[in-house]
Structure formats: C-alpha cells, structure tokens
Write a protein of this length. Sequence first.
Length: 323
Amino acid sequence: MGHWFTENIIDNGRLPLFMAYIGFILGFLGIRISVRLIRAEVSWWFNNVTPGGLHIHHVVFGTVLTMLSGLGLIALAINGSQTTLSIFAALFGVGAALVLDEFALIFYLRDVYWAEEGRASLDAVFVAMAVMGLILLGYHPLDWWGADTNDMAATIAAVIYSGLVLALAGLVLLKGKIWTGLIGLFIFPLLVVAAIRLARPTSPWARWRYTKRQKKMNAAVKRERRVRRPLIRAKIFMQDLMAGKPDVAHAKSGAEEELNAKVHPAPAKGESAGLVLTEAISPGGGPSGTIDQLPFDGQQPGTPVAAETSRRPHESEHEPVEP
C-alpha cells in the first residue's frame, strides 16, 4: 500500500489532489456529524453561530475557506512545495465540502436542509466525490492515451477522439443517462455501452425515436423499472441516512413514488411542445436522474405549498435548524 501511494500519488504529483479529496470527505462527514449533534441539542457540543440573532450557515465559512485556500494555491502554484500545496488543498477540500453540503440552500435560496429538497446537497457532494476520485485514480476527461502535442498526427487524432467522446456523451445525455454521461467522460467504454443500449423511456431520445415503436418503448419502461428500483432504494436510504433519519420503509415507498413519477412512456413529439428541456433535466416532471426536486414542475421553490409538501411527514416545522 505504501509503495502504491508513493508511486501513484506522491511521485505523480497528486498529493495535493489526494489531500483535497481527504479534506473534502472529512469536511463533509465532520459537518454532518456536527449538525446532527446540534439538532439533537447535545449540551457538550457547539451550538449554532448566531451573532446578534443572525443565523450564519456553514456555507459562509466554506466560501471564505475556499477563497483563502484557493488564493494560496494560485499564489504558490509555480514555486510552492508539494507539502505546502497539499496543506492548502486540504483546506480547499474542507471548504468545498461545507459549501456543497448546503448546495440546496444556494439552489433554492431558502433553508431546506432537512426537507426533501435538501437531498440536492447530497447529490452534489456525491457527484463531486466521484469526479475527484476518478481524477485521483488517473482518469481525465477527454484524455487520449500518449498523445504527443508536438506530433501533428497525434494532435489530430486526439482532437477526433475528443470530438467522438463529446458526441457520444451528448447522445447518452439525450438518452437520459446523466450519471453515465458524466462518468463516461472519464471512462470511454461506458459511453459506448450506454450509447448502444436502450434509452430511458422519458428521455428526449425515447420521445423522438420510440413513440411509434411500441415494443421498444415497452422494453425501455420494463428495463428502467427493473434496473432502477434497487438503485433508487439504495440512494434514498443513503440520502436519508446522511440527512438524518434512515428508514427502509421510506426508501421502498419513495422508490415506488419516484418510479411512478419518472418511468412512463414519453409523449409523442406533437403532444407536449416545449417539454424537451424539462424532460432532459427532470423526466416526467418528477425528480431528475441526478438532483431530486428540481423546480420544473410548475411550482416555484420557496412558495408555502412547496415548503409544506417538501417536509417529511414525521418532521416538525419547529425542529432545531443546523448551522
């Protein structure tokens, strides 16, 4: 393990990236533990930061920390030692975790930390963690093996390859496979497989290509429900676990609700004009494949109805709020 770390991380100059990754994970776990303890009103733990009665959210501290550490990284990018850069990178990772942990607050411009919309923060964290992990392992988006920029033929081949990757990624996104399209930028074979396989039934591609091919549409719906059910259950359970209250029954019922909202045949081209972008981001008007509760269902975030429907049935409006 030590040999692998030295050869693949330190010798390749990835120590700052590794420290940023570790800082991100520790920062996320640390703030989640902190807000849980604050919410439980544990006497020996810190309380909310409320100078003059103003509640300062931890996204503020994260923003300041990322700005200061990012400035340090830029200033030392050329002449700084790997050790010094690693320290600033770790601080940057912690700050980024604090910011993304309240991504939903930034997105909705209101405090939805413990509400259903708060899952958007967890999705943002998981996406960032996956991308950072892939880069740490040596995967790079649009990276071409051994391309020599001084060789014209190699450069042309790299450009063609990058164009192919982007084209396939676009096709995969049109098929409604958000995660696969993102990770496929790093792992090319995933794009090839995803581009060949059936599209998600509510995706723009299914809307354009499957509405007059009933057998293919039915196969897409059946496959979507079979493949996504365990994944959605696991996702909801993990999100509930990180958000506060894991519940197997809620994971099962939530999965069925999400499947019912998202897994259905796409309407024909002329039936619902103007819904292509909505279907691409939030299929069927329900939660999207990546971020739940995006406001594309005609209801603006922040309204009393949205606030009421977003609250879990067992959660009280007067429960303590996290920092």
